[in-house]
Design a protein around this ligand. Structure first.
Ligand SMILES: CC(C)(COP(=O)(O)OP(=O)(O)OC[C@H]1O[C@@H](n2cnc3c(N)ncnc32)[C@H](O)[C@@H]1OP(=O)(O)O)[C@@H](O)C(=O)NCCC(=O)NCCS
Length: 142
């Protein structure tokens, strides 16, 4: 298994993996090729992939707003789950953020996503039941 940073050449594999992992993407919004290329250019090293031979089997995207870091879109191919891959990807994402001086890491997880919730808690993340997530969006597709 190889862990490496992704480039825009990996985009088709990234979409395929999200599809296999049943992770809902926004292909007309922030997951479009153009948007991801822009994000990768601003933050090289924040898109990370796990590869078995040449096949992408896991991903994570780090991001930060200068104050806090976020780990997004952790996804592992169903055939490669329960082998500790998400834990390895989480550590890699945290490392990329630490390199940029970020020391607080956050995750947004749907309440029904038991596997992700367990993963996060196992990795030392604390649930804050008193915080609600609010967004304001300039369109449904983003
Ligand atoms: C969540 C996900 C990334 C976990 O990937 P994974 O590689 O199987 O996870 P790991 O093997 O590293 O497991 C780490 C820990 O997470 C927990 N965990 C993982 N899958 C679990 C499951 N199905 N049920 C309960 N706990 C689970 C366990 O505590 C596990 O530690 P353990 O094996 O020592 O008990 C994977 O199930 C996935 O891709 N899900 C669909 C995409 C998704 O929902 N992503 C999250 C978006 S926020």
């Amino acid at each position: 298994m190889k862990i490496r940073k992704l480039t825009i050449k990996d985009y088709p594999e990234l979409i395929r993996l999200w599809d296999r992992a049943r992770l809902p993407a926004k292909p007309k919004g922030r997951d479009s090729k153009a948007h991801i290329a822009k994000e990768m250019a601003c933050n090289p090293g924040f898109f990370i992939g796990a590869f078995e031979k040449d096949m992408m089997v896991g991903t994570i995207i780090a991001s930060h707003d200068g104050r806090k870091g976020w780990l997004n879109r952790i996804a592992v191919d169903p055939d490669y789950r329960r082998q500790g891959l998400a834990k390895i990807l989480t550590v890699a994402g945290e490392k990329a953020l630490r390199k940029r001086g970020i020391r607080i890491f956050g995750l947004l997880i749907h309440e029904y996503n038991a596997a992700s919730l367990k993963l996060a808690q196992k990795m030392g993340y604390k649930v804050h039941n008193d915080i609600l997530y609010l967004t304001k969006r300039n369109g449904d597709h983003i």
